[in-house]
Design a protein around this ligand. Structure first.
Ligand code: PXL
Length: 269
């Protein structure tokens, strides 16, 4: 019998396989970690409308059912790491937060997916507020992108490494979680810079920007999933951050093109 480490992802489907739960499961498998999944929503880009997001939430009861069977099948000593991706509605967030309060996971890796195109702005704002109020305080590790770092920190501009660091510290102080704030291609200069902050250390992680600024989808999902997999394998938060960034960098180098207007990360690199 095998006894691989386990990770649960609570995330949405992105049909083309470039983002969302599909990316999480591929990333887990690539790390030798057994993945299970509670699906929160189904996203189908609309090729007739500039690849806008068509978004259908899964019924909160069905999400609760999935989490019930997963947490019953795998007791805490077997399944201690959860990764949270797109939740999408306040009702979904309440359901997921309820389960996280009941079943205390040792590691809660939150990719704070805030805005999904194709949603009503009003609904998206409710969703953002619910995520900040109900899920962020339960996270042990959070991986905001440039926009999400501004939103979670309340800072209006982040254009330098110093500002990114200050924002990451603010998010750490507010949530208590380890923070990997992703500057990505948004800060000027030749490097993709991320900042890691926890109670003990602040580290700037840099790697050269790749691919002449071409948009690569799925990098955020891949990064957070790789962090979760590394934690399940026994890494510390900081070790997980460093290894996950290297994994995503390799996946972006080996990115895959298609008829969509963006490339996607190849997790098999
Ligand atoms: O990359 C963010 C993301 C996460 N989850 C799902 C998505 C997307 C972006 O399209 O569709 C399901």
């Amino acid at each position: 019998m095998h006894t691989p480490p386990l990770v649960l992802t609570i995330a949405g489907s992105e049909a083309t396989g470039g983002a969302g739960a599909q990316v999480d499961l591929k990333t887990f498998q690539q790390h030798g970690v057994f993945g299970c999944m509670a699906l929160t929503c189904i996203v189908s880009f609309d090729p007739q409308d500039h690849w806008a997001h068509r978004f259908v939430p899964v019924d909160p009861q069905v999400i609760a059912d999935q989490l019930e069977v997963i947490t019953t099948t795998y007791p805490p000593e077997q399944l201690d790491v959860v990764k949270i991706g797109m939740l999408g509605t306040p009702a979904t967030i309440e359901t997921v937060a309820g389960v996280l309060r009941e079943r205390r996971f040792g590691h809660v890796v939150l990719d704070p997916v805030l805005i999904c195109k194709g949603q009503e702005p009003g609904a998206a704002l409710d969703t953002d507020e619910a995520l900040k109020a109900l899920v962020l305080p339960l996270a042990t590790f959070v991986t905001p992108n440039h926009f999400e770092t501004m939103s979670l920190s309340g800072m209006e501009t982040i254009e330098t490494v110093e500002q990114l660091t200050e924002a990451a510290r603010l998010i750490h102080e507010r949530s208590g979680a380890a923070v990997l704030a992703k500057g990505g291609v948004h800060l000027p200069g030749p490097d993709a810079v991320d900042v890691y902050v926890d109670a003990d250390r602040t580290e700037v992680l840099s790697s050269p920007k790749l691919g002449d600024g071409v948009q690569v989808a799925g990098a955020g999902c891949t990064l957070a999933a790789a962090v979760a997999a590394e934690l399940a394998l026994g890494a510390t938060n900081y070790e997980a951050a460093v290894a996950a960034k290297a994994f995503v960098t390799r996946g972006i180098e080996a990115r895959m093109g298609s008829s969509a207007p963006f490339d996607v990360v190849w997790q098999g690199a």
